[in-house]
Design a protein around this ligand. Structure first.
Ligand code: HEC
Ligand code: HEC
Ligand code: HEC
Length: 436
């Protein structure tokens, strides 16, 4: 018995030792802050564009006066993470990180000191970024304004706070194979795929995750909740009432709005306006090309036809509906959301064409009705007022049930009033903010 026990304990110690050795990564020595002259202006500008596509500053900026200095809280099922300072301050940021240390963080999710990073940092996508692009990103970040700021410490629960365990997570879920162009696909397709799967990390929000927080690779782009917004499916089972076309995908990603779909709100507004805005027209076209492959690209004439049919049907059914929800719609929404079926308009999103009404989850529609869309939160120059104060939970539930009934053919959402109440509490954006 004793011998068996000794063997078990011995094997246990060996396994643990092996794990520690496996998980161990060396620290990469500090270097003095590199001189800006080491990099060309072209590299720095390219890095700025790439940082936009990667949305680095959206996650790494908590206050506009402290760009890239971190401190943004990222709630996860395992506790709260705060983004680190990636401005080039030597003490609190990455000012003494060598290029090699930066590249290892982006490729392998390991920090300069050799600690494993959590996948809330989308290194699982950034690992696909090519060498010259990582060098350009480094050039941009390291020559940017240094900001001295120490973000709050993470509050992850035991055992999730043990960084070493991330080595095991990586064995199970991390594919670190480098990006390879796909033979037989066009240059635009390959460029789009490279940007979407790599820096753009589109799937990080649009794919569901398993209980370990890893993207489900067999359900890529099948739609998922992230930060209490629903990032819709972009695959062939997409949830948009009208099939996406190349042109509409381009408009949506370039301007943040498409006449046949709607506007980017919530976290997607940041992706477009604080990120893709720096990308070239060609890169946006490339992304639209790749999206066409994931979700299928319909023809413009068919999409227009479908849009007309949907708008006309919604007009007919709205006129015939005298319910409480229908009356709220007439009083509160129609003035801004009425479209001529021949010419839907981007700045008055037609709710018969809008995926917020057809999505599996009512959350995006509820949040927009509660809080509106601020000038910063959607298309520049226009806004929508919030109705969180004017309408109570039952009013909003009736309004949404009405929209779901008259503006498309999806089954009713269950327990709407309850969900409105929940989101009202959890997403505490005051509707007054919409005017800012
Ligand atoms: C979705 C949010 C998000 C985005 C987008 C993001 N990061 Fe991060 N990043 C994080 C989080 C969270 C961490 C810390 C993870 C941890 O504590 O293990 C991190 C860590 C890092 C680190 C390690 C810093 C350190 O001190 O350990 C670097 C470097 C970094 N990010 C660079 C970037 C760059 C460059 C981009 C854009 C290409 C980027 N990040 C985009 C969330 C993000
Ligand atoms: C930080 C999370 C996040 C990232 C990263 C992200 N998205 Fe989104 N996306 C969302 C959310 C949330 C919505 C819903 C927005 C709305 O209702 O207006 C959305 C909506 C969309 C839509 C409209 C879908 C529909 O049916 O209405 C498209 C298209 C889209 N995203 C493409 C992309 C592409 C391409 C990328 C990568 C370049 C990307 N997204 C990256 C969160 C994200
Ligand atoms: C004063 C004009 C106005 C009123 C009233 C108004 N909206 Fe809006 N709404 C807008 C504008 C403008 C946008 C586009 C916002 C942006 O991009 O900044 C918008 C956006 C939306 C969106 C987002 C669509 C998307 O693509 O994600 C939804 C949903 C919506 N409105 C629903 C409603 C509902 C329901 C009501 C009534 C309770 C309503 N709106 C009342 C002007 C209005």
């Amino acid at each position: 018995m004793k011998r068996v026990l000794t063997v078990i304990v011995g094997v246990g110690v060996l396994v643990l030792g092996g794990m520690i050795i496996y998980a161990w990564e060396p620290a990469i020595p500090k270097v003095p802050l590199p001189e800006a002259s080491r990099f060309s202006q072209a590299q720095i500008s390219r890095g700025k564009m790439l940082a936009g596509i990667g949305n680095c500053s959206t996650c790494h900026t908590n206050e506009a006066s402290r760009p890239n200095a971190g401190g943004l809280s990222i709630p996860t099922p395992f506790g709260t993470l705060y983004t680190p300072n990636i401005a080039p301050d030597p003490q609190t940021g990455i000012g003494h990180w060598s290029e090699a240390a930066f590249i290892r963080a982006m490729r392998e999710g390991v920090d300069r000191e050799g600690e494993h990073l959590f996948p809330a940092f989308p290194y699982t996508h950034f690992t696909k970024v090519k060498d010259e692009d990582l060098t350009a990103l480094y050039a941009y970040l390291i020559t940017h304004k240094p900001v001295e700021y120490e973000p709050p410490a993470n509050t992850l629960r035991f055992p999730y706070n043990i960084r070493m365990l991330q080595a095991g997570w990586k064995v199970l879920f991390f594919d670190d194979s480098p990006w390879k162009d796909v033979d037989g696909k066009s240059d635009a397709w390959n460029r789009g795929a490279y940007l979407a799967e790599g820096l753009g990390h589109c799937a990080a929000c649009h794919s569901p995750r398993n209980q370990f927080g890893a993207e489900q690779t067999d359900a890529s782009y099948a739609g998922a909740m992230v930060d209490q917004w629903y990032a819709p499916a972009l695959d062939k089972q997409h949830e948009a009432p009208v099939d996406w076309t190349m042109d509409e995908s381009f408009d949506y990603l370039r301007t943040g709005g498409s006449a046949l779909h709607g506007v980017a709100v919530g976290s997607m507004a940041d992706v477009v306006h604080a990120g893709l805005a720096w990308a070239s027209g060609q890169d946006i076209e490339a992304l639209a090309t790749y999206l066409g492959e994931i979700g299928g690209a319909g023809s413009t004439s068919e999409a227009m036809q479908k849009a007309k049919t949907l708008i006309s049907k919604a007009h007919r059914e709205t006129d015939a509906d005298m319910t409480h929800g229908g009356r709220i719609f007439a009083a509160a929404c129609v003035a801004c959301h009425y479209n001529d079926s021949r010419r839907p308009n981007t700045i008055r999103p037609d709710l018969a064409l809008n995926s917020t009404v057809t999505l599996k989850s009512p959350d995006n529609l509820i949040r927009v009705v509660l809080d509106g869309v601020s000038v910063k939160g959607g298309l520049p120059g226009v806004m929508m007022p919030g109705f969180g104060h004017a309408l109570n939970d039952n009013d909003i539930a009736d309004l949404l049930a009405f929209l779901r009934r008259t503006h498309n053919n999806e089954p009713p959402w269950p327990n709407l009033a309850q969900r409105v109440a929940q989101l009202r509490n959890e997403t505490n954006v005051n509707s007054d903010d919409a005017t800012e």
